[in-house]
Each structure stands twice: as C-alpha cells, then as structure tokens.
Design a protein around this ligand. Structure first.
Ligand SMILES: Nc1ncnc2c1ncn2[C@@H]1O[C@H](COP(=O)(O)OP(=O)(O)O)[C@@H](O)[C@H]1O
Ligand SMILES: Nc1ccn([C@H]2C[C@H](O)[C@@H](COP(=O)(O)OP(=O)(O)O)O2)c(=O)n1
Length: 264
C-alpha cells in the first residue's frame, strides 16, 4: 500500500502504530477502481463486434467524431472478391438513391497519389503485392471522408462503404475509430466465381491503369481475399446482416436486386 505522509502528522497515531492508515486504504481502493475501469475500456475498444449496442460508458469522452450529430451514420458494407462489381454497383446506387459511395481502394489510391503523402510508400507496396494496407490508414481515410461529407452542404449520413472491412484488423480499427458512431445496417456480399472475376479484372486492366490488375497480383489478391476477407463475411453471416448478391449476372439484374434491398 502507498505510504501516506498525512498519517505521520494528523491521523490517529494508534492506527498508524498498528500499520493501518484509513487515507492509504482510501487511495488504494480508488486506484483499484480506476484500474478496473481502464481495463474494461481497453477490452471494449478492442472488441471485434461492430455496433455494440449496449455500450454504456464511452460516449462522453470520445472526441473522434462530431458531438452535434443527432444519430449515427447509416452504413452498408459492400464486400466480395476483386472484380465482383462492387464499385460499379455502388456508383449506380449513389447516383440514384442518395447513398454516398466511399471506396476504400479509391481512398487509398487517392492518398497514394498525393505529392506530399507520407503514406504513399506503404500503401503502394501493399497494393502492388496484393496485400491489405495497415488498417489504421484505411479507417482514418474512411472516417475523414465520412466527416467531410457530413460537414458539407448535403449533410450526408448514408454511406455505402465499398471494399471494407477486408480483414480482422480492419474490423478492429473500425470499432476503435468509428464504433457506435455508425450503424452498420447491412453487409452486401457479392458472390462470383473466380474465373469470372479473373476475366473481368483482365478486361478492366485494359483501361484501369491499376498496378494490381495483372494476373500475378490478381492471384495474390484472391489468396488475400480467401484468407483474410472471407472470414469477415462469415462473421457477419452469423449475425444475420449479410445479403448475398449473385454477382455473376448482368449489371441491370444485380442493380435491381440491391435497389430492392436498400429500399426495404
Ligand atoms: N454484372 C457485370 N457483368 C459484367 N461485367 C461487370 C459487371 N459488373 C461489373 N463489371 C465489370 O467488371 C469489372 C470489375 O468491376 P468493378 O465494379 O470494378 O469491381 P470491384 O469494385 O468489385 O473490383 C469492371 O470492368 C466492370 O465494368
Ligand atoms: N479495406 C481495404 C480495401 C482495399 N485495400 C487495398 C488492397 C486491395 O487489393 C486494393 C484495391 O482494393 P479495391 O477495393 O479498390 O479493389 P478490388 O475490389 O480488389 O478490385 O486496395 C486495402 O488494403 N484495404
């Protein structure tokens, strides 16, 4: 127990002589309570579960997002293999339904392209190798984009987040940085056979100018998708938020199905 200097002057000398100090006991109990609270908060912040609805103590001191927003952002995560048509559909939906389209890949490529970006090298090395960029980078870009769109004229509050979360690290970082400030209502999962994905990506490579639309990197992206992204989709399937979209159909058919889901 900590030494209590006040005891040596004013506390009961008989208590002190028996080794008992009320003030030290008070300090000890206080610091024990603080430690338990700290550990509890750490545990909550690293939780993998999105939208922890019964969160009870962290709303007041989280200054990551604006305090004046009346309700959480509405979010739909859009997942599926590379080339499944996520970007194509999100673009159409944002034009027609008023959901903002935020592509994690586009945000990373835009950051990489900035002349003064300190993150360009790390983004580039991971994308070129078909790997996932460190999650804190991607989540920070997403959060900034959401806040910026909310602060703008349109006061945007509905977001289709395309290509995210793609890994356990993505989920953890989202929980820490955005957490309950967004409500992930639905996860759209574009299911499409690998041979179709490959031919779409090779076709896209003719015009995309993307360094990762080459057959070698495409194979690595498929591996990353199976190893890191599929478990995340399975996790969301268990909590009932996944709507499976058969993506190996015409753009119009896929669009109609998603439009109906978002209109529900
Ligand atoms: N339903 C579809 N049928 C055929 N081609 C498609 C379809 N949806 C998208 N594409 C094409 O496939 C390529 C990959 O689509 P994209 O939206 O960029 O996929 P993702 O964002 O999932 O990587 C693009 O060239 C796109 O024009
Ligand atoms: N959540 C994300 C999304 C994309 N990335 C990186 C790694 C991906 O291979 C590239 C490209 O992603 P993007 O979603 O644009 O492309 P595909 O769906 O693979 O066609 O960006 C990431 O590291 N983390």
């Amino acid at each position: 127990m900590a030494h209590c200097s006040s005891c040596s002057s004013s506390s009961s000398s008989s208590s002190q002589s028996r080794g008992f100090c009320p003030f030290s006991l008070f300090l000890f109990i206080g610091s024990a309570i603080a430690s338990v609270r700290y550990l509890k908060r750490r545990e909550q912040s690293s939780s993998r579960k999105l939208d922890d609805d019964d969160d009870d103590d962290d709303d007041d001191d989280d200054d990551d997002v604006e305090e004046d927003r009346p309700s959480p952002f509405r979010v739909v995560f859009v997942l599926g293999g590379p080339g499944a048509g996520k970007g194509t559909q999100c673009q159409l939906l944002s034009e027609n339904l008023g959901w903002a389209h935020l592509s994690a890949g586009d945000l990373l490529r835009a950051e990489r392209a900035k002349a003064d970006s300190k993150l360009a090298d790390v983004i580039n090395s991971n994308i070129s190798a078909g790997r996932i960029v460190p999650s804190e980078i991607t989540v920070e870009l997403l959060r900034n984009a959401m806040e910026e769109m909310y602060s703008g004229e349109n006061r945007q509050t509905k977001f289709l987040i395309d290509g995210f979360p793609r890994s356990e690290g993505n989920v953890i970082a989202w929980n820490e940085v955005v957490g309950n400030r967004a409500n992930v209502e639905t996860v759209l999962f574009f299911e499409c056979p690998e041979d179709v994905l490959t031919s779409r990506l090779l076709e896209r490579s003719k015009t995309s100018g993307r360094v990762d639309d080459t057959i070698d990197v495409i194979r690595k992206r498929f591996d990353t998708y199976k190893e890191e992204s599929m478990p995340i989709i399975e996790m969301y399937e268990k909590d009932g938020r996944v709507k499976k979209i058969i993506a190996d159909r015409s753009m119009e058919e896929v669009y109609k199905e998603i439009e109906a889901i978002l209109g529900e």
